[in-house]
Design a protein around this ligand. Sequence first.
Ligand SMILES: Cc1ncc(COP(=O)(O)O)c(C=O)c1O
Length: 365
Amino acid sequence: MIKCRKEVNLLTPYIPGKPIDDVKSEFNLDDVIKLASNENPLGCSQSAKEAVILTLENPSLYPDGNCTKLRNALSKMLNQDGDNFIFGCGSDELIGLAGKTYISEGDEAITCTPTFSQYKAATVSMGGKIIEVPLKNHAYDLDGILKEINPRTKLIFISNPNNPTGTIVTKSAQEEFMKKVPSDILVVWDEAYNEYIDDPDFPDTLSIMKKYDNILLLRTFSKMYGLASFRIGYGIASKDIIGYMNRLRGPFNVSVQAQEAALASLSSFDFIKASFDLNEASKQYTYQKCSDLKLDYIKTYGNFIMIDCKLPSRELFDTLQKQGVIVRPGYYFGMDTYQRVTFGTLEQMQRFFELLEKELEKTIS
Ligand SMILES: Cc1ncc(COP(=O)(O)O)c(C=O)c1O
């Protein structure tokens, strides 16, 4: 047998939830809903779909490796120089590129736990060590991270809001933190859910980047814009950082379809508003249902919520899945009585809570 690199042996593959079609056939169901991967229940905008259809005219040409049209549009929208952008096959790819660019054997990256799993993979795959500081009250413990900094530290990964808990690092906490982080450590602020937040306490990372050039800001089109299947995310950082990362990026890493759909999505204002409003409505509905059922939950800033269902998460997950509702069980994150539930439509949330209520009633009777 041909041996792989020793770093590869330390990794485990990402285990996604079962696709809807698999659950349908395994449990003989017609109607299955997925509230497991923080996707947009409204799909994507009509103009994104139309833009993708137009690309089918010419599939034989490689995509624009520079993502020029999208780069120009984002550069105008966010008031950033075009050279400060990098585009990836999902922000996942950019997390991996940050590891490839900055981690050598023996280097360290710091994050909190539980958080998005790809920070660990990006570090360990390069022979680095990931330092995982436990969350404090379900939120990033920035003081805990600062205490772990040492000469081997190269990267700090912060999911803001945090997947899976939905908590945020506030604007003032971000400012205090950045003051204390040495300038030779790159801080990756992963704002995959940024578009769902309208709160003055949430950081304006683009503004603080004027003061600190050791920041890589990540955003994605997978969540609010509903383009998860096309795989496109972007990073913003200093030209030096982007220049290094570009040396490792595949030349045609973002498909034509992803670029065109993303471009059309940026100006799909009605769709964006509808997605934001639905997320808020589902959130308020969920808060109310949790309080009716006397269940604790973590106040969330994303399009998902951690609910303490007071039942072992694996069993509850299986029971819900058999009845056509797929969520993300808390044991994945070391939070065994919780379920992470993506905000769906109000009907979908109602279906989830009806099933949950039935299971809770069984424990009383
Ligand atoms: C915090 C966070 N970062 C990054 C990603 C990856 O998103 P993408 O689809 O852009 O790769 C996710 C996806 O769930 C996420 O939760």
